[in-house]
Write a protein that binds this ligand. Structure first.
Ligand code: 0L1
Ligand code: MG
Length: 260
C-alpha cells in the first residue's frame, strides 16, 4: 500500500492556487505513480466541492503528439474545470489572480447524453454530443516555471485555471471537426494555428479516450458536461493588457482580455 498522503498534497496544491504562489513540484520530495497522482487529484476535486465549487466538466490535456512526446507518454491526461474558472466570452481574466498564465485554443463539447466506457469510440461520442464551441483555456501550473513530471501535473488538476467558452453553439454534424482550422491571436497577431486533427486525430477521439480512462475509476461522462478536448494550438504566455482571440472555421470566435 502506498504511504503517500494524498489529502495533504491536495491541500498544498490547493493553497498554492488560492495564494497564487508557485511551489516546488511534488515529485522532487515524494515519488508519485500515475495512480497516486489521480488519487491526489480526486482529493483536490473533493476539497473544491467541499468549498462549494461546482464541476462544469472534465478536460483533457497533453492531447497533441508533440506534447505527448515531450512528456514521454502514450496517453493524454485529464482534470476538471470548476464554475469559478469560467470567464464569459469577451470578458476579462485578472492577472493578479493567477501565477504565470498561458492560453491555448481548443474545441469544447457540450454533451447531450451520458457516456460510459470502456470501449467508447469517437463516433459514439459524436452521437452523444449536443453542441461544439470554440474555447480558450488558460492554464496556470502551480509549479515553479511550469516544470513538472507527468504525475505532478495530474495531481495539479492538469494545470486548470480559467476557461472562456464560445457562445454560439453548433451541432457537431454541421462540420468535420478534424478539418476545422483554429487560429490563436494575441493583440491582433497570429500566435499559432492548427487543425482539429491535432487533438489525437479528431477532438471526439479525445473524449472517447476520456470516457475509457474515467471507466477505470468507475466514473463516466455526464449529460450537460462541458468538456475541453485539448489544445489545438501551443500555449502562449499572457501579460496584462493582452487581448486574446481564437477563430475556428465554421465555429466562430471566442475572446477575452487580461486585466491587472
Ligand atoms: O490543457 C492542457 O493541455 C494542459 C495540460 C497540462 C500541461 C501544461 O500545463 O502545459
Ligand atoms: Mg488545455
Amino acid at each position: 500500500m502506498s504511504s503517500v498522503d494524498y489529502k495533504s498534497i491536495a491541500s498544498f496544491l490547493h493553497l498554492a492556487e488560492v495564494e497564487k504562489r508557485e511551489v516546488v513540484r511534488i515529485t522532487k520530495e515524494t515519488p508519485l505513480s500515475i495512480e497516486d497522482a489521480y488519487r491526489v487529484q480526486e482529493e483536490l476535486v473533493a476539497l473544491k466541492l467541499e468549498q462549494g465549487h461546482r464541476i462544469v466538466g472534465p478536460k483533457m490535456g497533453l492531447t497533441s503528439r508533440a506534447k505527448m512526446k515531450q512528456m514521454n507518454v502514450e496517453e493524454p491526461i485529464y482534470g476538471y474545470i470548476f464554475d469559478y474558472m469560467v470567464v464569459p466570452d469577451g470578458g476579462s481574466i485578472k492577472r493578479q489572480e493567477l501565477i504565470h498564465p498561458k492560453v491555448e485554443a481548443e474545441i469544447a463539447f457540450i454533451m447531450g447524453k451520458d457516456i460510459e466506457g470502456p470501449g467508447i469510440t469517437g463516433a459514439q461520442v459524436l452521437a452523444a454530443t449536443e453542441y461544439v464551441v470554440p474555447a480558450l483555456e488558460i492554464i496556470d501550473s502551480r509549479y515553479e516555471n511550469f516544470q513538472f513530471t507527468l504525475p505532478d501535473v495530474i495531481a495539479d488538476n492538469a494545470s486548470s485555471s480559467r476557461v472562456v467558452i464560445g457562445n454560439r453553439p453548433i451541432r457537431p454534424d454541421q462540420l468535420e471537426l478534424d478539418l476545422v482550422g483554429v487560429t490563436l491571436f494575441i493583440n491582433g497577431e497570429i500566435k499559432d494555428l492548427g487543425a482539429g486533427a491535432a487533438v489525437v486525430g479528431h477532438p471526439a477521439n479525445s473524449i472517447a479516450m476520456l470516457a475509457n480512462m474515467l471507466a477505470r475509476r468507475g466514473e463516466k461522462i455526464k449529460a450537460g458536461d462541458v468538456i475541453l478536448t485539448g489544445g489545438i494550438t501551443g500555449a502562449a504566455m499572457l501579460s496584462v493588457g493582452d487581448t486574446v482571440l481564437a477563430k475556428a472555421d465554421g465555429l466562430g470566435e471566442v475572446s477575452f482580455k487580461v486585466s491587472e
